[in-house]
Structures are given as structure tokens and as C-alpha cells.
Ligand binder design. Structure first.
Ligand SMILES: Nc1ncnc2c1ncn2[C@@H]1O[C@H](COP(=O)(O)OP(=O)(O)OP(=O)(O)O)[C@@H](O)[C@H]1O
Ligand SMILES: [Mg+2]
Length: 445
């Protein structure tokens, strides 16, 4: 964790790993390779990623950015002093912590305002969407917007590293400021911790423990009328009290618009690309010549912030035209690096594979058939394409709804009947030759 005074800063685990490598040996030149190994122990990644993390750290250390000095192309040096300390300087601090956003979210003002309004009517809101679409970012922005409403009683619990259902109550109890690992049981501690408090509880990254969280949030809402719960998840919790907010990707210019610099710069996906690219490549600017390429890259990446940030971070060392060609050829940056450093493959595709592997067989089979649709489709069209003797119409309908609830499909409820669409990255994954053998073909298609 990284603190600035009383404020917990939102810094990713990779940036923290780099900071800890640097501060272990103040003054020593730490080679890039060493830093890369510390932050990405599972495999090698592009140097540009290191630059992105260093830039995130400098942002977090605002005012003291100079403490991390780059040494030409060799590595980095920490110029400050490192004083060991208690990560929890006072016990009270274990509760009520919502990490600070280091940069303003782009293009989310409307969503944040809408969900803030929604929380007046519903005490349980789930921000739903696929990995990297910006759920945590939006949830943090909402919590900070509501800081006054809840008199700064906002608690944040990150479940991304919680592997077992039975650890959840303890994690929530700890977030509410209860002593850890002591009797009485965590559920009773939660009940006690909620007495006479009015608070917002943000529970982040629930998808892998959705059933257990569903049970817990129903109990927590029953303990007190003065607790509001904001969940982020790639799957809905499917409890009665839940209002599900399908988080849309960032906005990408529609194909009908001329992709010149002035038009492109109005869209949030492009704005994020530019901000992320400028962090790794000084002087990276938008002009009419490059605008269509950036717009197309953002489109190919579905306007998903994490994918955009990662791709933009490559422009320091790669030509953007080459990135686009890769995406056009539906080789979504696979085998991109000559040494086999499959940067996006490692992160994006392995996430997609992991998510598909968790789907029941029926849903995998239907998903594969839905990949035939290049654009939007209705439920009836899905049935027409995906049903057969083995997988009948009702199974297809159930699978489509389930896939939407698990963020595999974007749903447009503004029109009737609603339309569904596969995320382009998911579609590219499903039809990619590499994955063909891994997903059930499910009959005739
Ligand atoms: N609106 C935004 N403006 C700028 N950057 C954003 C925005 N939304 C997300 N990002 C960036 O994109 C990355 C992914 O965002 P975030 O962690 O919020 O996604 P997520 O949906 O919570 O992902 P996961 O499902 O993996 O938890 C982060 O680095 C974040 O800073
Ligand atoms: Mg998240």
C-alpha cells in the first residue's frame, strides 16, 4: 500500500513491486531487467510497460517525483531515504479507506452522476462489465463523490485476491474496522460494526466469489438500513435487492464520422489513448494523419480502457500503424514480440481464456456460435443461428441472458427488442485459430 499522509493512494501491485525493489536499496542503480522481473515474475514483458508503471509511481509521488531517477536506458535509482514502518500506523485506519484515484477518469462524469442518483433509490448497486472496462475506476469516483453524504464513512474492500468463500466475511469485517482473526465470528463483527453508522461499502472484484457475496450482502443489508453497498463484478450477484448497472466501454467515434483530429479528440476512448501514449512517448500528439489509425485501434479494442492503455503504452517502441495492422488481421497483438513476449496475449487473451473456461458447456457452445454475428443481434436471431437438435431454443435464450449477465455480451436495452453484441476482443478470441481447439464447437456450426 502507498500512503500520502492519511490518504491511501491507488497504485497497482506492479508499481508497488517496482517501488519496493527501488527502496530496498536507496541510491543503487536497479537495472530494468531486475525491475521487470520483480513486477512481472511470471514472464517477460515489453520495456514500455515499465515506463508506464514508473510514470504511475511518479504521479502517485507528486511533489517528490524526482525521487525516482531514470539512468539513461539502464534502469532507475531511488534517491530518497527508506525508513521501515508499520503499514497500519493506527488501527482505526483499517476501515473507511477508499483509494484515491491518481488521475481523473475520462468520460465517466455522466455515469458517476447517474449511479450516485441510483444509490438514493437502491441500497445495492452492482457495476457490471468485463475485465478492464473501468468498473473499479467508476466505483472509486462514486465513493469520492459521495464522501460528504456518508461523512467520510466509505469502506473499500478488494476481493480480487480472496480465493475462498470463507475469507470473504473476514475481509469485509476488516474493511469495516473490526479486529481481525478474533472471536466472535466475522458475521457478528460485521453486524456490530454497522451499529449506529451510516456508510457506503464498496466491494470490488466479486466475480469469482459472486454466490458467497450474494449471500453476504443480503445479510448485511438486513443488519442495517443505513448501509449502502456498491459492488463491482464481471458477473451480477442475482439477488432481489440488486440494481445492475451495465458499464459501457468508453466512446469511440462512429464509423460515419470523418476521422480527423478535431472529431476524434471529442471521444473518450481516443482521449485515453492520447493520455496514455503521451506518458511513454514525449510529444505524442494527435494530427489528421494519425487520427484514423488511433480511432481504428480504439474501435478494435472495443473502447476498453485497459486494452487501450496497454496498446498506447507500446507506441514508445512500436509504430502505431503496425499495431493497427495486427489488430486488423485479427492477430490481436499475438506473437507480437520477436522474443515471444506476447504482451497483450499474456494479459488480455489469457483473461479471456480463463473466463471462457469457467463457462458451462452450453454457454461456451452458444458463445462460439454467436461469434458468427459481426454486429448486433436480437434474441430471436440468436436462436435462429445457435439452436439445433441438441441445444434447443430455450437453452439458447437462457445462455444469451446468462452471457449478458456475465459481461460477455453488451446489451442495448434502449431499443425494443433489446439487441446484444459480442465484445470485439471476445469475438476475436473465440474465432482465433489458437482457441479453436479449446472451445466446444457445439454441433453444426
Ligand atoms: N474512465 C477512465 N479514464 C481513464 N482511465 C481509465 C478509465 N477507466 C479505466 N481506466 C484505466 O483502465 C484500467 C482498468 O480500469 P479498472 O481497473 O477500473 O477496470 P475494471 O473493470 O475494474 O477491471 P477488472 O475487471 O480487471 O477489475 C486502469 O488502469 C484504469 O486506470
Ligand atoms: Mg476492477
Amino acid at each position: 500500500m502507498l500512503w500520502e499522509g492519511d490518504v491511501l493512494l491507488q497504485v497497482g501491485t506492479r508499481a508497488l513491486a517496482i517501488l519496493s525493489a527501488l527502496t530496498e536499496a536507496p541510491g543503487r542503480l536497479v537495472a530494468k531487467r531486475e525491475l521487470l522481473e520483480r513486477a512481472w515474475p511470471d514472464g517477460r514483458v515489453d520495456d514500455a510497460n515499465l515506463k508506464v508503471q514508473i510514470s504511475a509511481l511518479r504521479k502517485a509521488l507528486r511533489g517528490c517525483e524526482g525521487l525516482i531517477r531514470a539512468e539513461s536506458s539502464l534502469g532507475y535509482r531511488f534517491l530518497g531515504e527508506a525508513v521501515p514502518g508499520d503499514p497500519y500506523p493506527d488501527a482505526e485506519r483499517r476501515c473507511s479507506l477508499v483509494p484515491q484515484l491518481l488521475t481523473e477518469p475520462i468520460g465517466r462524469d455522466g455515469v458517476v452522476a447517474d449511479i450516485v442518483g441510483l444509490l438514493k433509490e437502491s441500497r445495492l448497486v452492482t457495476v457490471l462489465g468485463p475485465g478492464g472496462i473501468g468498473k473499479t475506476t467508476v466505483a472509486l469516483a462514486i465513493a469520492h463523490r459521495l464522501a460528504h453524504t456518508f461523512a467520510d464513512e466509505s469502506c473499500f474492500v478488494d476481493l480480487s485476491r480472496i480465493a475462498r468463500d470463507d475469507q470473504i466475511s473476514e475481509a469485509v469485517a476488516r474493511a469495516l474496522g473490526s479486529p481481525v482473526g478474533e472471536a466472535p465470528p466475522a458475521l457478528e463483527q460485521i453486524q456490530a460494526a454497522l451499529q449506529a453508522r451510516r456508510l457506503l461499502l464498496v466491494i470490488d472484484s466479486c466475480e469469482h466469489v459472486a454466490d458467497a457475496i450474494a449471500l453476504l450482502v443480503e445479510q448485511v443489508l438486513g443488519f442495517s438500513n443505513e448501509v449502502w453497498i456498491l459492488v463491482t463484478s464481471r458477473e451480477s450477484l442475482r439477488v432481489a435487492a440488486e440494481f445492475v448497472w451495465h458499464l459501457e466501454p468508453l466512446e469511440v467515434p462512429p464509423p460515419s464520422l470523418m476521422d480527423n483530429a478535431a472529431n476524434a479528440a471529442r471521444y473518450s476512448a481516443v482521449q485515453l489513448f492520447l493520455r496514455a501514449a503521451a506518458e511513454v512517448s514525449d510529444g505524442f500528439t494527435l494530427n489528421d494523419e494519425i487520427a484514423p489509425t488511433i480511432v481504428e485501434v480504439c474501435r478494435r479494442l472495443d473502447g476498453i480502457p485497459r486494452a487501450i492503455e496497454m496498446t498506447a503504452s507500446m507506441v514508445a517502441t512500436r509504430d502505431i500503424g503496425e499495431l493497427r495492422r495486427r489488430l486488423d488481421q485479427r492477430l490481436p497483438l499475438l506473437e507480437f514480440d520477436r522474443q515471444g513476449d506476447n504482451l497483450l496475449h499474456d494479459s488480455l487473451f489469457s483473461i479471456l481464456r480463463w473466463r471462457c473456461d469457467l463457462l458451462p458447456f452450453n454457454e461456451q457452445a452458444v458463445l462460439r456460435r454467436l461469434a458468427l454475428f459481426a454486429g448486433a443481434f436480437t434474441l430471436d436471431a440468436a436462436v435462429a443461428v445457435a439452436a439445433d437438435d441438441v441445444t434447443d431454443a430455450s437453452v439458447v435464450r437462457e445462455a444469451v441472458v446468462a452471457l449478458a449477465n456475465k459481461s460477455f455480451l453488451i446489451v442495448n436495452h434502449q431499443i425494443s427488442p433489446p439487441e446484444y453484441r459480442l465484445f470485439e476482443t471476445m469475438r476475436a478470441y473465440v474465432v482465433s485459430p489458437r482457441e479453436e481447439g479449446n472451445m466446444p464447437r457445439g454441433g453444426s456450426i
